[in-house]
Structure formats: C-alpha cells, structure tokens
Design a protein around this ligand. Sequence first.
Ligand code: C2E
Ligand code: MG
Ligand code: MG
Ligand code: MG
Length: 279
Amino acid sequence: KAQSSGHNTWTTYDQTMKLDLTQEMALVADLREAILTDKLELYYQPQVQIATGQVTGVEALLRWKHPVYGEIPPACFVLLAERSGLANRLTEWVLEHACRQGKKWLDAGVKFGRIAVNISANCFAGGWLNKAVRRVLAATGLEPQFLELEITENIEIVSTAVVRDMLAELRRSGITIAFDDFGIGYSSFKYIKLFPLDTVKIDRLFVADVTHDVSSYAIVQTVIRLAADLGLSTVAEGVETVEQLTLLQAAGCDKYQGYLLSPPVPARDVVALLCRHSR
Ligand code: C2E
Ligand code: MG
Ligand code: MG
Ligand code: MG
C-alpha cells in the first residue's frame, strides 16, 4: 500500500504508520541515506508577539521528498527515526542546518529572534542532546541566545530528574526551552511543574476550537493564566483566523504561529517574510 502513487497515501496512515516490516526497513534505509546525502530540507514558520507584531522566532520544520512516495509528513518519518535508532542523527542534522542558517541570517543582518528546533525525546538518553548542542553551536558559531529547543512530554524514556538537569544546563547557557503540544498528552501538568521551561505552546487542537467550543476556550484561558503565574510565556499554535487570534489575545496569550501569519516556508523565503513583519 505504501508504494501506491500520490502523496495522499500517507494521510491514510495514522501516526504509527502501519507499514509491514519490510516496507518499514526499506524506508528507514532511505531516511538514513537522505540524512547522509542532505536530501532533507528545513522549512521555517515565524512566530510573533501578538501585542506588537514583532517576530520572536522561527520554528524549523523538517521536509522530506521521497524519490518514490513524494512528500512524507514529518510526524510520520520522525516517528520512524525514533523507533529505529535514527533520532539522534536526524536531530543533529536539523540542529546543524538550523544553526548554520541562523548564523547566516545574523551575518546578513537579518533579525529572526530565535530559531526553534524540535527535539526527539530519545535525544535525552545518555546526555546526548547537551553534547550535540554544544558541538553544533561551536561548529556553526551560532550563539546560544539565538536557539530555542522544543520538547514534548513523550519523554518517559529517560528519568525526569535527568531531563530536568539537562534542561537546566541548557538554559544556563542561554538557550530557551518551549514545551510543545501542551495539553494533548497525559501529563502536561506534571511536566510544567517539573521542568525548567520558558514557554508553553498551546496545541492547535485547542486553538482550532476556541471560536465555537466554550470548553476549549476555557482550557486555553486556564493554561494561559497558569503559564503566566509560573512565569512562562505562551504561544498559540495553528492560528488560522482573525477570530481565533482575537480570542487568544483577549485571554492574554503572548505569541502565535499559524497559517494566518504564514505557513512554514523554505529558508530562501524567510527574509522577505521577516521584512514584511518588521516595523
Ligand atoms: P509541531 O512541532 O507541533 O509543529 C507544528 C505543526 O503544525 C507543523 O506541521 C506546522 O506545519 C503545522 N501548522 C502550523 N501552523 C498551522 C495552521 O495554522 N494550521 C494547521 N492545520 N497546521 C499548522 P508539520 O511541519 O507537518 O510537522 C508536524 C510535526 O512533526 C511537528 O509538530 C513535530 O512534532 C514534528 N517535526 C517536524 N519537524 C521536526 C524536526 O525537525 N524534529 C522533530 N523531532 N520533529 C519534527
Ligand atoms: Mg514544534
Ligand atoms: Mg506543536
Ligand atoms: Mg502539534
């Protein structure tokens, strides 16, 4: 089924992507090859301060155009990487390319706030992430205050104490930490209390419903209030309409990302985008 034509094929799989073992192994081999030969690409989606319209960051999002299957959604192949031992190599590829791009923009006088990189949970094992970040920053010359790491709560792999210490060390160096997809997991509240964070990203599942579902709006209001009480900033993900933005602003949300502002775009289009949004 995986080799049938058209990229819509992938949307018929859920995130666990039920390929048979042979298909999965072949795809993992293709992904390993794509990492080695730089066949992946990063798109960037801007994030802005709601009150001022100022760009506070750009999130790096992986794109992979498979030679046979076409575009495969990152949610699918990232999961594949995570369960086949490729997560570290994939994450290092993203860190390296994002930081190199950030350094390039800075050298050209382009102000983008921070570059945000999504981090696989596996990367916390053995202290790998902190070593990789240090290595990549040194190699690219990007300073830590231009980097944000986005983590999700899918981190049962390592003890929470280890993750907490690793995050604390990263933050001491000037890197900020955002908690991605807040609210959709089982333990969002446990982790918001446990981990040293800077930002909470409210999952777009809630954002999508704020205009027509009273309970979604109540949840969003509560999360924003809680984050503020804990000294964290809030980002709304997946904002698509002015109505959603208005409600989020009324609830005190700090920043937003979403198609209303811009979809993720290739690196070459970022400068024009930032110019349009700087004042
Ligand atoms: P995420 O980190 O929560 O990223 C946000 C996703 O929402 C992106 O999907 C983005 O394109 C999409 N999005 C942004 N604005 C809107 C909107 O207004 N409406 C809608 N419907 N969607 C919007 P994308 O690029 O397909 O990535 C999906 C997920 O794949 C990401 O969710 C992240 O978990 C994972 N991912 C992507 N790149 C990487 C990466 O470099 N490393 C890791 N570990 N995971 C990645
Ligand atoms: Mg993210
Ligand atoms: Mg997210
Ligand atoms: Mg999400």
